[in-house]
Ligand binder design. Structure first.
Ligand code: PLP
Length: 374
């Protein structure tokens, strides 16, 4: 199998699997007085994550996933009481975008800022929307659809100059472990990361809450996570997350994704009618999206998996029931182009040989599918 859907999830980093096994044995509830070892492990993991975000440990809150952390940030950060509007972009992951739909159902004024054709936000429009009647902004750092990087540091700093009281949130799930996510430089008040995108098991995420930013508790009924997120901690997930950060970001740095992407596309383009969605500039080289003229992406994905053992993505795995692609369409693609779009996402373990082999198989399969249609 050649796995090229790492934006959906990653294979667990091997040395990390032992954490899950260890946790099955060390089953103590970390809140119990006799479970100091588990407590220490959680606090060490918190320090590691804080270090990678340039934050302090008491600004890190573990959650069950990034979806939870995004929901928590949004529903707590954007409040009806203040009568201030909440602003986001059309390029967000569903966990942000649909939270905004819900905010608006609850009577909060929301604004969705448009995208440029490369799927980054139109920064001028976002900044314009972020004037003083705006209380909360959410902007994705790296697009899970195309790998496009929003220049969070520059955009947030411009917004803060004009509106110092606004709360700035960013979904950093696809950025973490790949590019700098030092929250100080980004100017984020709230920042979200997820374990399973960087080689940790599923079921662990975190929210960075800048000191001084007022956030309401998400869950009640326990004193965990500084009384803001009650519930027995996922010790295995938390420790595996921390262990994965170092291993994943090191491997990621050591892989030449620019050359992997170049070689892959060179071979894929031989199939004709392949168009890049977005741009090769201002993006992480490990995630990209192309439309394949005349071939439905869903069919291509299924046939490649069944016949060639090549796993590709169609975009956000969280919206598999929906046709088209909201983000690509917001960037000017037609519904048909969106339905013909595949997402390729390399992982820290993808090598050149596999990437080339996969591109060859995909190009051949596209040719065969097109022939079948005639
Ligand atoms: N945000 C982005 C950009 C994502 O790509 C994903 C996962 O696809 C999420 C949030 C949700 O992450 P989780 O699966 O941890 O809830």
């Amino acid at each position: 199998m050649i796995y090229l859907d790492n934006a959906a999830t990653t294979c667990i980093i091997e040395e990390n699997a032992s954490f899950a096994a260890k946790n099955a044995k060390d089953f103590f509830n970390p809140s119990a007085a006799y479970a100091q070892e588990a407590r220490n492990q959680i606090e060490n993991a918190r320090k590691t994550l804080a270090e990678y975000l340039g934050a302090s440990a008491d600004e890190i809150y573990f959650t069950s996933c990034a979806t939870e952390a995004n929901n928590w940030a949004i529903f707590s950060g954007a409040t009806k009481k203040q009568k201030l509007k909440a602003v986001t972009s059309a390029g967000e992951h569903a966990s942000v975008y649909e939270s905004f739909t819900e905010l608006s159902r609850r009577g909060i004024q929301t604004v969705i800022s448009p995208l440029l054709s490369d799927t980054r936000v139109n920064a001028d429009k976002l900044i314009e929307n972020a004037s003083c009647d705006c209380g909360f902004i959410s902007l994705i750092h790296v697009s899970n659809e195309t790998g496009a990087i929003n220049d969070i540091g520059a955009i947030f700093s411009e917004i803060k100059k004009r509106n110092p009281n606004v709360i700035l949130h960013s979904d950093g799930v696809q950025a973490f472990g790949k590019i700098s996510t030092q929250v100080g430089g980004l100017g984020a008040d709230l920042y979200v990361v997820s374990g399973h995108k960087i080689g940790a098991p599923k079921g662990i995420g975190a929210l960075y809450i800048k000191k001084g930013v007022q956030i309401r508790p998400l869950l009640f009924g326990g004193e965990q996570e500084n009384k803001l997120r009650a519930g027995t901690e996922n010790v295995g997930g938390i420790t595996a997350f921390a262990a994965a950060i170092e291993a994943y970001s090191r491997r990621y740095r050591e892989t030449n994704f620019t050359s992997l992407r170049e070689s892959f596309l060179q071979i894929l383009y031989q199939a004709d009618g392949i168009n890049l969605n977005g741009s090769l500039d201002n993006s992480v080289c490990s995630i990209f999206s192309v439309s394949v003229r005349g071939v439905k992406a869903e069919i291509l994905q299924r046939v490649l998996a069944e016949k060639d053992g090549v796993i590709i993505g169609l975009g956000s795995a969280c919206s598999k029931a929906k046709r088209g692609n909201r983000v690509l369409e917001a960037a000017g693609k037609t519904k048909l182009e969106a339905e013909e779009s595949i997402r390729i996402s390399f992982g820290a373990d993808t090598n050149l040989e596999f990437a080339k082999q996969a591109a060859q198989l995909i190009a051949q399969r596209i040719g065969a599918l097109r022939q079948n249609c005639h």
